[in-house]
Design a protein around this ligand. Sequence first.
Ligand code: ADP
Ligand code: MN
Length: 516
Amino acid sequence: MDSVGVAAAAPDAGPGPAWQSKCPWGAPSTTSISCSLADVMSEQLAKELQLEEENAAFPEVVAAAEGPFITGENIDTSSDLMLAQMLQMEFDREYDAQLRREEKKINGDSKVSISFENYRKVHPYDSDSSEDEVDWQDTRHDPYRADKPTTTPRRGFIGKGKDITTKHDEVVCGRKNTARMENFAPEFQVGDGIGMDLKLSNQVFNALKQHAYSEERRSARLHEKKEHSTAEKAVDPKTRLLLYKMVNSGMLETITGCISTGKESVVFHAYGGKSATEDKVIPPECAIKVFKTTLNEFKNRDKYIKDDYRFKDRFSKLNPRKIIRMWAEKEMHNLTRMQNAGIPCPQVVILKKHVLVMSFIGQDQVPAPKLKDVTLSSEDMKKAYYQILNMMQQLYRECNLVHADLSEYNMLWHDGKVWLIDVSQSVEPTHPHGLEFLFRDCRNVSQFFQKGGVAEALNERELFNAVSGLNITADNEVDFQAEIEALEKMNEDHVQNHGKKLSTFSSDGDPPIYDE
Ligand code: ADP
Ligand code: MN
C-alpha cells in the first residue's frame, strides 16, 4: 500500500497510524491513543468505543478453525473460509475506525483537511456505520429543488434576436446537469452544492452518471448476495460472527442446531459452557433466539412497541436495525420480570444485540412440546388450565405485563407444568392497546381449554375479569370489546391531560380508580 504521501504530510507524533500496522492477524495493539477534548465529545468516537467495548466482552480467538459451530463432533471445514472472512470483515471495520480517528486527529479544526477515504478497507456502501445512521432521505430536504434551474422550452431556445439562448448553452446545460444529479442513487454522494451555482460540463456529468450507475449495480449485487445468504443459512454473517464469539469465548460449548425458524426469529439449541464471571452459571442447555434482521416482518409489530411508553422516547430516534435489537431487549426485560415473579419461563443468560441466549426448556436437545402438540390426560389438562389462569394473574399483577401473544403455540409442556415463552411483544396493561391484547389472550386460552374438554374453563369475558380484576359487565362480545376500548381511551386521555398514567388498573379485584 503506497501511503508515503499522506503519511509524510501528517504532522503526527503519536503512535503509528493504522495503515502502518503490520499483519492484519497480528496481536491487537493495546497502545492507548491520546485524545483531544473534541475527540472526547465526539459522538462518532463514543460509538466506536462502545463497539470496542462490546468486542472486548467477547475476546477474539482467531485460531478457532476447529471451533465447533454447528456440531462439536463433525469438524466442518467449509465454515473455515466463512469464519476467516467474517474475522477479516471485523478486522477491516476496526481498521477503518482507527483510520477515521487518525484522520480526525490530523485534521483537527483545520479548514483544509486530508482525507484517508482511499485507505479504507470497507467500501463505503458496505460500511457498518452507515446502517446506524438515520437514512438521509428522512433528514435531508432536497436542496436542489429550491431554485429550479432555468430550463429551455420544447422549441429548444429562449429569448429573442441576439439574446437567444439555445438548449446547447453551456451555462444552462451546466446547471441542468447539476440538477440532474439528483436522479442518481440516493447513496451516491454528489457533494454539497447547496448555495453554489454549479455548472457541470456534459463530459463531467456523463462520467459521473456512468460511475453512479455502475456503483449502484455493484451495491445491488452485494446486497443481493447478502440477502441470499440470509435465506440460505438462516442467519446473516454478522449474526454468525456473534454466535462464533459466544462459542469461542467458552460461554457456549456447542451450538447443535436449529429448533425453530419463524417469521421473526430463528431459535438454536446450544450446550452451555463456562461463564467468564464466577457468580454466573450458564445452564447446561441453552436456547438462542436470533431476532431476524430482515426488516419486513417487523413492520406490522410497530404498534406494540411504538405505544409502549417504556420505549416511546427511544422509538422515534431509532432506525429499523435498532428497533429489532429493542425487540430482543424487550424479551429480556419481560423474561426477567416473569422470572422474578416465579412464573415458569426461560431464564435469561445474555443479550448481545439481536441475539438472546436463555435457558432451554426441554432435555437432551429435544425442546418441550408446545401445548398444541401434546395430548394431555384430562387431569393434566385441568391442571394446566388452572396453572395458566394463575400465571396470567401473576403476569398482570406482579409483572405488570400482558403477554399479548398468548396461545397454545407459546406455551410449552415440560416437567409436568406449563412454561410461558415468546414475550418480546408483551406490554404493560396501560399500553394504549394493552387491554385489547389481554382480551385476545383470554379468548385464545378459553377456546383452547373449552375445546380441550375442561368444563371449569371460564369464558373469555370471565377470564378477562378474573385476570385484570376489572369488572366489565357486558354479557356479549361486542359490548365487552367496546367497554375495553373506552377504558383504554380514558387512560390515554388522562395521559394527554395529566402527562401520567392512571394509578394503573386495580389489582385487588376492585374497579379501577380514576382520580378525575
Ligand atoms: P417466535 O416469535 O418465532 O414464535 P418463540 O420465542 O416462540 O419465537 O420461539 C419459537 C419456537 O422455538 C418455540 O415455539 C419453541 O418451540 C422454541 N423455543 C423458543 N424458546 C425456547 C426455549 N427457551 N426452550 C426451548 N424451546 C424454545
Ligand atoms: Mn412463538
